[in-house]
Design a protein around this ligand. Structure first.
Ligand SMILES: [Zn+2]
Length: 147
């Protein structure tokens, strides 16, 4: 029997093995939900460590520039960092919402049309709430509104 092709898609999140479905396994079985819970928890931890590092970095450096000009450029740098951290915090919130979905056994189906989002897509984007078709459509609409 030929072995399945290995999934070699680029992964956002480090350190997890792509899920191997057993034959006839039900979509979003308990094992699958556990798989995504673990991915999301790891991801969240990485983000939280990232946020922590920045805060400490800024606390350490804040006192080091008595010169106002230095301080100004430093503040600019900080505000860029803070914006990045803000995105991370939003992502953490999104991850928490996703973990709740898993707990409610509501995870993995498209919010818009109800089809299975699919394991490989969810591994690449664990917080996805739309199937690839609906997502593509939503992005097209967004672009039209934005232009
Ligand atoms: Zn859909």
């Amino acid at each position: 029997m030929p072995t399945k092709a290995k999934a070699t898609t680029g992964q956002l999140i480090r350190g997890f093995e792509p899920y191997k479905e057993t034959k006839g396994e039900e979509y979003m079985s308990e094992a699958m939900r556990a798989h995504f819970t673990s991915i999301l928890n790891k991801w969240k931890l990485e983000l939280m460590q990232e946020v922590d590092r920045t805060v400490h970095h800024m606390q350490d450096e804040a006192a080091n520039f008595p010169d106002p000009a230095d301080r100004a450029s430093q503040e600019e740098e900080f505000s860029l960092e803070l914006r990045a951290r803000d995105r991370e915090r939003k992502l953490i919130k999104k991850i928490d919402e996703t973990l709740q979905l898993i707990e409610d056994e509501d995870y993995g189906w498209c919010d818009s049309c109800g089809v299975e989002i699919g394991i490989r897509r969810l591994e690449a984007r664990p917080t996805a709430t739309l199937c690839i078709d609906c997502k593509t459509l939503a992005e097209i609409k967004e672009k039209q509104v934005g232009s």
